[in-house]
Design a protein around this ligand. Structure first.
Ligand code: AMP
Ligand code: GLY
Length: 425
């Protein structure tokens, strides 16, 4: 079968790497792809905003299956358009991708289905939002309802910060995404990323990971898309996984199907392990980046078969359950100086001996035969180990074998788990 993968980041390189190993993958295309993806797929330029052009490409190249990496094309209905053209798609239709596209939608769904999450209020009027603030206490979380490239969440420590955030959002600071604002109770606990794959009716767990959102060591500095991750997250025990499947994921799948919005694709649930138990922070309708990189390192089996089953009505009832190895995988993001502000472009990258580590490309480009940085997050240096400590050591040994003078990385990815492994609890 010929397959088209949409996207150009480290997440998509990891997907392309596993997809290309599947016996049922005859030819893999990626659009737009990147120089790393080009090692396992043919990268093609398609105007992804033109859904007709994507469908025409599939018809011309005999592509029967499209896997969508990022959220924006799904929220914009690429899944709907391709399904209408008779092409199978991994990723939800727009009316289900709303789980990522509207935070307010998810909060209302949680309230209706009794899914544990932070207390909240939705507002489309600034004065009403400001008047509602005091009952949430401090800190308080202010969110733009729509997609804001991961930047639409403000944790306000003071009332004036909270008021400023509300003013900024209603003032158009996040464009249309801020036309509606969600105010949320601040939850405490450890955060976990959990993944599950659904065909619209059936849903199976796909493992856990922990990301490191802040740019600096010790979780300091501004938020980023994620500076590194490891999988599994041992704090997310099998008992917690069972609880989350039963109390959060399955009720969501049932409600979406009942409401005429069947969700097929991957659920990326951001969870807070609070003293009262696991609560949903948010849903994403795609794999995490860099969480996907560590999940793909552990995934055993035929990825095309699994994703195709999810893209088929009821297909997961007949498919093998996802099998992830017992090893730990850890990935370190190498970013370009300046990230998460304006990253320096064009810095050269050269690899020495990176050992058994796997380098997934994110923001890279080829410039006259030279690999260069072409984005904020540039490389994902990914390794496996019997413990997080071991995986971390191999990943950093590989980082040290990469010559990228205009780049930087955190030196403490996995710190929570390395500390627990050292003390034994
Ligand atoms: P989101 O974009 O919704 O994932 O939010 C970004 C980050 O903000 C999350 O990863 C959490 O660290 C934090 N966050 C979001 N909502 C809450 C909440 N209600 N309580 C505490 N932290 C939150
Ligand atoms: N790593 C977090 C995300 O993909 O949103």
């Amino acid at each position: 079968m010929n397959i088209l993968l949409i996207g150009s980041g480290g997440r998509e390189h990891a997907l392309a790497w596993r997809l290309s190993q599947s016996p049922s993958c005859e030819k893999l295309f990626a659009s737009p792809g990147n120089p790393g993806i080009a090692e396992c797929a043919e990268c093609v330029a398609i105007d992804l905003a033109d859904h007709g052009a994507v469908a025409a490409f599939c018809a011309e190249k005999g592509v029967g299956f499209v896997i969508v990496g990022p959220e924006a094309p799904l929220v914009e209905g690429l899944g709907d358009s391709l399904r209408a053209a008779g092409i199978k798609v991994f990723g939800p239709n727009a009316n289900a991708a709303i789980l990522e596209g509207s935070k307010g939608f998810v909060k209302d769904l949680c309230a209706r289905e009794d899914i544990p999450t932070a207390a909240y209020a939705r507002h489309n009027d600034k004065a009403a939002a400001l008047a509602d603030l005091p009952r949430f206490g401090l800190p308080v979380v202010i969110k733009a309802d729509g997609l804001a490239a991961g930047k639409g969440v403000i944790i306000a420590e003071t009332e004036s910060e909270a008021r400023e955030a509300i003013e900024h959002m209603f003032g158009g600071g996040f464009g249309d995404a801020g036309a509606e604002v969600v105010i949320e109770e601040f939850m405490t606990g450890e955060e976990v990323s959990f993944f599950a794959i659904s065909d619209g009716t059936n849903v199976v767990p796909f493992g856990s990971a922990q990301d490191h959102k802040r740019v600096g060591d010790g979780d300091t500095g501004p938020n980023t898309g994620g500076m590194g991750a490891y999988s599994p997250a041992p704090v997310f025990t099998t008992a917690l996984e069972a609880e989350v499947m039963e109390r959060i994921i399955q009720p969501t799948v049932r409600a979406m199907a009942r409401d005429g919005r069947p969700y097929s694709g991957v659920f990326f649930a951001g969870l807070m392990l609070t003293p009262q138990g696991p609560k949903l922070i948010e849903y994403n309708c795609r794999f995490g980046d860099p969480e996907c990189q560590v999940l793909m390192m552990r995934f055993q089996g035929d990825l095309v078969e699994l994703l195709l089953a999810a893209a088929t009505d009821g297909g997961l009832s007949k498919a093998a359950r996802p099998n992830l190895s017992d090893d730990y995988a850890l990935t370190v993001v190498m970013a370009a100086n300046g990230y998460p502000g304006t990253p320096e472009k064009g810095g050269t990258i050269a690899f020495k001996n990176v050992g058994a580590a796997r380098i997934f490309h994110a923001g890279t480009a080829m410039n006259d035969g030279q690999l260069v940085a072409n984005g904020g997050r540039v490389l994902n240096v990914t390794a496996i180990g019997a413990t997080v400590t071991e995986a971390q050591a191999s990943a950093y040994a590989a980082v040290d074998a990469i010559d990228f003078p205009t780049g930087f990385c955190r030196r403490d990815i996995g710190w929570r788990e390395v500390a627990r492994e050292k003390t034994g609890h």
